[in-house]
Design a protein around this ligand. Structure first.
Ligand code: UGY
Ligand code: MN
Length: 248
C-alpha cells in the first residue's frame, strides 16, 4: 500500500524537486480549459517561472507578453499557436520563443496536450535588438557530444547570440552517462525530465529522479547527475546567460 504522507518532492533554500504527486492546480487568467501547475517561480526565491499546462480539447491560452519573454515547448500532443500574427501547428518536440510585448494564442489542441513554459524578465542589452519570435523543432537540432563524452548529448534550442538572455537546452544521457564534474556556477536552472531516470546531486544531497519530475537549481547550487535504467535520461532546461553578472 502506498503511504500518502511520503513524497520525493523537496523545497529548499537553493533547490527544489517537484514530482507530479504534489501538484495543486492554478487558474491563470487567459489560460482557459486547461490544468496549470506552477512548478517554479519567484515565491520560491527563483528568478524564472516554469509551468506545466495540460489542455483539454477546448483549451486556449491567450495573452500578451510584457516584461517577461516566454518559451513554450510541446511535451506531448498538438496545438495551433499564433504569435504576433503568425500561425503554426506545434506538435511534440516543437517550440516557440515569444519575446516581450507580443500577443499569443494557443488553440485547437488535441486532448491532453502538454506544454512546458519558461518565463524570464528580459534584460535589454545596448547595441542588440530584442530577439524575434522564433518557432523551432528539437528534432531538427543537432545534439553534439558534451565535453567530448559520447554518452552525453546537448541540443541548444535558442540561437547563441547576445540578444538572448536565456538559453533552453535538451540534455540526453545514455544509461551510466554522468556530468563530468560537479558544476558550481552563477547561472540558475529550471528543468523537467522528458524521459528516463537517474540520480541528481544537489548541494551535496542525493535524489532519485524520473520522467515527469522538475528541478529548480538556484545560482551556486552544486549539481551533478548520472543516468540509470535501460533508456537514456532526457531533460529540457532553462539557463540565464549573456548578461553582466553583477551590480557591484
Ligand atoms: O548548462 C549547464 O549548466 C548544464 N550542464 N547543467 C546541468 O545540466 N545541470
Ligand atoms: Mn548547470
Amino acid at each position: 500500500m502506498e503511504i500518502s504522507a511520503l513524497t520525493r518532492s523537496v523545497v529548499k533554500r537553493n533547490h527544489a524537486i517537484i514530482s507530479p504527486d504534489g501538484y495543486i492546480n492554478s487558474r491563470v487568467p487567459g489560460w482557459e480549459n486547461c490544468t496549470v501547475n506552477v512548478i517554479i517561480n519567484e515565491q520560491m526565491g527563483a528568478n524564472l517561472c516554469q509551468t506545466l499546462i495540460t489542455m483539454t480539447e477546448k483549451g486556449e491560452l491567450t495573452g500578451t507578453t510584457q516584461l517577461s519573454q516566454l518559451f513554450f515547448y510541446v511535451i506531448q500532443g498538438q496545438v495551433s499557436a499564433t504569435v504576433d500574427g503568425e500561425t503554426r501547428k506545434l506538435s511534440q518536440g516543437q517550440f516557440v520563443y515569444i519575446p516581450i510585448e507580443k500577443s499569443y494564442r494557443f488553440e485547437h489542441p488535441e486532448t491532453s496536450t502538454q506544454l512546458l513554459s519558461f518565463h524570464k524578465v528580459y534584460e535589454k542589452l545596448n547595441g542588440y535588438d530584442v530577439p524575434p519570435v522564433l518557432f523551432g523543432d528539437a528534432a531538427t537540432i543537432e545534439g553534439p557530444t558534451y565535453l567530448g563524452d559520447p554518452a552525453l548529448r546537448l541540443q541548444v534550442l535558442l540561437p547563441d547570440t547576445l540578444s538572448f538572455d536565456m538559453a533552453v537546452n535538451i540534455f540526453t544521457y545514455d544509461p551510466g552517462g554522468h556530468l563530468p564534474f560537479v558544476e558550481t556556477h552563477i547561472m540558475e536552472h529550471g528543468l523537467i525530465y522528458l524521459q528516463g531516470q537517474g540520480v541528481y546531486m544537489l548541494d551535496q544531497e542525493w535524489y532519485p529522479i524520473k520522467k515527469g519530475d522538475s528541478i529548480w537549481m538556484a545560482p551556486y547550487c552544486q549539481q551533478w547527475f548520472t543516468a540509470m535504467g535501460k533508456e537514456p535520461a532526457v531533460y529540457i532546461y532553462y539557463k540565464n546567460v549573456n548578461r553582466f553578472p553583477t551590480v557591484v
